[in-house]
Design a binder for this molecule. Structure first.
Ligand SMILES: [Zn+2]
Length: 281
């Protein structure tokens, strides 16, 4: 992790500390109340909640738990749309139809950019692309509960657990081009630990969906928080965005750092410092 990480993580967690609770309350007042059936069936056992306002990122309070006005996402699909559910439950035939629709759209794109989709090199490109984009977004077909499965263990361990340098590849939802980088995930257990490989699997599941780096970072933290209710979670991600390096401002080498600190990582500077030291060691 670069030296800029520490300062950024510090200022970010300060900001979160100052704003999180008020933001959540503001949202409660600003958005219309959800229909009453939803209100009475809010379940806290999901791995993420989408507020009825349509905001794409969950609001998390200082304690790390989501608030009541949010819509439960029991499958941990990451604030799913109607089509997310349809894709998740698609039969093989429906899946084939989905790929054909994508391929037809890709043919239109090839023509529109001034290409000949019937020339030899491009003949199978629409089909290949359809399969590739389905693969690159396969996180929509993974329920977080299945990802974590039964890898939650009762343990008396109360020292920090840190997994770092986990590679991530995702697609930016604004341009549908990749961003890639590394993520570090840490938590301090509270009677339960998560199988170590599951931290990487959680990152993988959320990164194989359309993302913005800020939300991806937060979703990973919230997922760990909700899975094992630790004393705190910290996630720091460094990534390079192709939409920045290949187009627009064209700044090759620019690295975007995002972080999300929950619980004791947000409240206790000492814990944060230990985390940053461990990340650099
Ligand atoms: Zn982008």
């Amino acid at each position: 992790m670069s030296s800029s990480t520490e300062a950024l993580a510090d200022s970010l967690s300060e900001k979160l500390k100052a704003h999180s609770i008020h933001d959540a309350q503001d949202l409660t007042e600003a958005v219309p109340a959800p229909p009453s059936p939803l209100r009475h069936h809010v379940v806290h056992e999901g791995y993420g909640f989408r507020p009825p306002s349509g905001v794409s990122t969950p609001i998390v309070t200082a304690s790390g738990s989501s608030t009541d006005v949010l819509i439960p996402d029991a499958h941990g699909l990451g604030w799913p749309a109607k089509d997310t559910y349809e894709r998740l439950s698609a039969t093989p035939e429906e899946r084939k139809a989905r790929e054909q629709k994508i391929a037809a759209a890709m043919r239109t794109i090839l023509q529109s950019i001034g290409e000949d989709p019937d020339r030899e090199g491009l003949l199978r490109t629409p089909d290949r692309y359809a399969q590739a984009i389905m693969w690159m977004t396969r996180g929509y077909e993974e329920r977080l509960a299945d990802v974590i499965n039964d890898a939650v263990f009762a343990e008396d361990h109360d020292e920090m657990v840190l997994v770092r340098d986990v590679d991530i590849s995702s697609l930016c939802e604004h341009h549908l081009v990749p961003f890639t980088g590394k993520v570090a995930i840490a938590y301090i257990p509270n009677k339960h630990v998560l199988g170590i490989s599951k931290l990487a699997r959680i990152a993988e599941t959320f990164s194989r969906r359309l993302q913005v780096q800020e939300r991806l970072t937060k979703q990973i933290a919230v997922a760990v928080q909700e899975a094992i209710k630790p004393r705190g979670v910290a996630v720091v991600m460094e990534a390079t965005h192709l939409c920045m390096t290949m187009r627009g401002v064209q700044k090759p080498g620019a690295i975007t750092v995002t972080s999300c600190m929950l619980g004791c990582f947000r409240d206790q500077q000492k814990t944060r410092e230990e985390f940053l030291t461990l990340m650099k060691s």
